[in-house]
Design a protein around this ligand. Structure first.
Ligand SMILES: *Cc1c(COP(=O)(O)O)cnc(C)c1O
Length: 499
């Protein structure tokens, strides 16, 4: 299976090359040349496997230059019981006959990005070896919170890698800061930047484009790399959990093998829902996708009208991981719907960068709407839904999942569609205790972060995740603050030891 860029017909590359490169040289995103097919018999076989087994089967379809042994080792390291709370890696909880919640928050950071970022380091080091590169991969991340921690957890102590995360000093929640500053591992570095997220991100971009630095590091055996969400190595691991969830429903007798389901996803960058789309087009029996947005409802507008227009206000919501106006992974879907015509796709992307807006043609809109429904929920609707789901089912969901649950209810009311639905649950409610406490229980959150965890545990009768509780007693390892113009020096000091 080779990989093609969305923006040119340049020669395709191997899976390993696509993972090492991240972005294609023409600025496009890599995707597989075809959809590999999982037939009914293979699907039946997957039902009898555990998560790790399903992961190896699905990944081997996409990462054809990795041996099964390599994939099995990577999967075992990524999804071990030490990293994902037992009993299951990605459990499915059925609220009623047609509402099934796929819980993607039992990993080290209690959010779904763990699925990609636990596996990516192993795929990256494997891919580097395959492309003949002997260097240590140095991952640089600028983060406003969650991605940095997930990347740290994924790369910590993975041989052949080092990771440095920059976060804005005072620009994250205290819990997010503690998650990073207490990070374990001999190959990790965490630095606060005396500035905002943009300063941190600009600083990282400058380091990536600094040719003299690149040469200096190259001479010392280092290769700078990113753990960016557009890397195919982050998308592929997400396809697995949709297959796994479907198999779980079959195994639990909730659906028959071959029966169609809908999939409802709280969406930001369009990565998670695109993985579901890939699962369908590889043979998973899926009828429709329901794309759920918060008040930043640019995708709802796009899927309704065919117009993508980022010239609009940006809102900070209680579902911050969906506060996004440019959904980068949408480019991959559009490319497919353009009939894999890079020139046509590039026309839209050029309009987006020049005018912040494009309108797809009627044929593309029709194909989009044949598979995608869309809707959005503001903070108040999400809060009401947290309460409703708690009262109706005794199930506590976080603010992102609540957006999906609300949009699903709107969709079902509007269409009468009674197809069983998998709802992607992307974060633990304990990660968003501030918003969940008043929504579910009508009480304000009180005290510090750890008091709030205890408060939510007491109110719900659920145990707070150990990954969050333990932060209270872990030593803070990283306390250094650097000005934005010293970020490069800090990286040099860390890697080359001249400081
Ligand atoms: C990243 C994230 C999302 C959005 O996922 P995309 O793949 O960017 O669409 C939703 N919820 C949570 C909790 C997230 O961390």
């Amino acid at each position: 299976m080779n990989y093609q860029s969305t923006r040119s017909s340049a020669a395709p590359v191997t899976p390993a090359q696509a993972i090492v490169a991240g972005l294609a040289p023409d600025g496009g995103l890599y995707l597989p040349e075809q959809f590999p097919q999982v037939g009914p018999e293979q699907l039946r076989a997957l039902v009898g496997m555990d998560y790790e087994g399903r992961a190896v089967e699905i990944l081997s379809l996409f990462l054809t230059d990795f041996s099964r042994q390599e994939l099995a080792a990577a999967v075992a390291a990524a999804y071990s019981r030490q990293k994902f709370a037992p009993p299951q890696v990605a459990p499915v909880v059925s609220l009623d006959d047609r509402t099934h919640v796929l819980e993607l928050f039992h990993g080290p950071t209690c959010a779904f990005k763990d699925f990609a970022l636990q596996l990516l380091p192993h795929l990256l080091t494997g891919a580097l070896a395959k492309t003949g590169c002997q260097k240590t991969a140095v991952i640089l991340v600028a983060t406003s919170g969650d991605t940095g921690k997930a990347a740290l957890e994924g790369f910590a102590d993975v041989p052949g890698t080092k990771i440095c995360v920059f976060y804005p000093d005072g620009g994250t929640s205290n819990m997010q800061r503690l998650q990073m500053t207490t990070q374990k591992g001999g190959n990790v570095q965490v630095l606060a930047v005396d500035g905002n997220f943009d300063n941190a991100q600009t600083g990282v971009k400058q380091i990536f484009t600094d040719r003299p630095l690149e040469e200096e590091l190259d001479g010392k055996g280092f290769l700078l790399s990113s753990a960016n969400s557009i890397n195919w190595g982050r998308l592929a691991p997400q396809i697995v959990y949709y297959f796994s969830a479907y198999c779980q429903l079959v195994q639990d007798g909730k659906i028959a093998l071959g029966q169609q389901v809908n999939i409802c996803v709280p969406t930001g960058n369009f990565g998670n829902i695109l993985a579901a789309y890939y699962a369908k087009h590889c043979g998973l029996p899926v009828a429709r996708f329901i794309c759920a947005s918060n008040q930043n409802n640019i995708l709802t507008d796009f899927l309704t009208t065919g117009i993508y227009d980022r010239n609009r206000p940006f809102y900070l919501t209680t579902s911050p991981s969906m506060d996004i106006l440019i959904s980068s992974n949408l480019e991959r879907l559009l490319y497919l719907l353009c009939g894999r015509d890079p020139a046509k796709l590039k026309g839209y992307m050029d309009q987006l960068s020049a005018q912040g807006r494009y309108q797809v043609d009627g044929g593309i809109l029709e194909r989009l709407q044949a598979e995608f429904a869309a809707g959005w929920a503001d903070d108040a609707a999400a809060a009401r839904t947290i309460r409703r789901v708690w009262e109706q089912y005794g199930y506590l969901c976080d603010t992102h999942t609540a957006v999906a649950m609300d949009v699903l209810a709107q969709y079902q009311q509007r269409t009468g569609d009674a197809t069983p639905t998998l709802v992607s649950s992307t974060a633990s409610p304990f990660k968003f205790a501030d918003a969940v406490l008043p929504a579910a229980f009508g009480v304000p959150a009180q005290g510090d972060d750890f008091a709030r965890l205890a408060q939510l545990a007491a109110a719900s009768g659920l145990a707070a995740p150990a990954q969050l509780l333990e932060l209270q007693s872990l030593p803070e390892r990283f306390t250094r603050v650097v000005p934005p113009d010293r970020m490069k020096q800090a990286v040099q000091d860390w890697l080359l030891g001249n400081g």
